[in-house]
Design a protein around this ligand. Sequence first.
Ligand code: MN
Length: 483
Amino acid sequence: MAKDLRTYLAQLSETYPNQLKVVDKEVDRKWEITAFVEKLRRDPGYPEFPAILFTNVKGSELPVLINLCASYERLALSIDATVANMVEVYGTREASGVPPVEVKRSEAPVKEVIWTGDQIDLSKLPIVWHNELDSGYYVDAGPCIVRDPDSGKINAGIYRHEMQNNKELGFMPNPAHHGSFVLRRMRELGKPMEVAIVVGHHPVFPMAGVSKLAGIGGELLAAGGLLGEPLEVVPAETVDLPVPARAEIVIEGIVDTNLDAMREEGPFGEYPRYYTGIGPMPYVKITAITMRKDAIYQTIFNAHVEHTCLGALPRMGSVYRRVREVIPTVTGVNLPVSGMGRGHAYISLHKHHDGEPKQVAFAAFGVDPLIKHVFVVDDDVDVFDENEVLWCMCTRFQADRDLSIIPYAMGGHLSPNNYDIDRDERSKDRHKKHLETKMILDMTKPAPPTFFPPRCSVPEDVVEAVNLEALQDYKGLPEVVKS
Ligand code: MN
């Protein structure tokens, strides 16, 4: 059977039984589901920080799955990798581009239930209110499929979708997201934009939506590459788009691209872990909802561990792959939790020439506008060891020579201190601002032949040969010392 959310849940519970739990007790979808996850995070008794399936959600027949993507172990498992090699495996698989395959409607579980017209009612889905000051209930684990009118290519990206009413959802991509490029192009053409929002699938599907692929489109192929098999698709009911046949739920709709067709949207707990983004945004008029008869509604805990992990691994894989296309001697990429899996990039390089670290940073900025600070280190450093990275900042970096600052650059429009061109950061205006100041820290040693002292260590072969079983308990000073 082709891979989907259910095959992954079976694989997960078999491989790591403690990483998937069920709650049958009735819960409220306003705050209680996320409060449960937050309490779990604080409890040292649950180091696996499991995914949870809530089977009894007040006001809905459907169960809610949350926290599935909140661990690198689980995300690595989904691409048959380990945490140690997941970045390289992600980059390789993402690029292998397996085209989707169309299956018959009768073989598409997502067509088991179809709501159109008066049947469309978002209040029947267990859409979750996550953080206290979110403006309401958000669909936030739904890669949104659109078609580029110029190339015909299919693009998918994860945007937040505020529940506006029972038949309408918000639509809020970053200005640099491909979804925004398609929206602006449809506006120029004076046409509406068709969308299909996919809720619940194998974890590689949302990860493909986060991937930083070159150009608009390609996410369905990347998903196939990540799965190691073609993604099964089927035509949507009311829009001219392919949708995953084995998804749990698909929400189809139309965005009026006219600049007057806007709704107030936000705030929402965002990846920087602040409530950001508020103001008028386009919205989706829902034309159909299709689902499995026993659909699982998946949500991502925003501004929390899951938001960071799901945003980080695909970016790391893409940045690793695409920066190596420019500088093949890059050896590692980490987007650490300290930068919410986005803002900080730790990149290691087998350096041959001075100046290469800046080229590395320029390439990284080009791949993802959310990267704000690039820290380049030599390849003797493990980029997943933050202490080692910051040790290089202390011992291989001089701020007057090795620091470069680039103001007024394209950044994330949801960062709390980003600015407009007039640079009025104290403005009470809380609308989305996307400019930020980039920083490059060249923390590498000077290129040879310039002398730089070697780092300290004992010979590795001697360490290897040591047998720790020689250790004994201390029972007072030995005779040889007393005499
Ligand atoms: Mn894209």
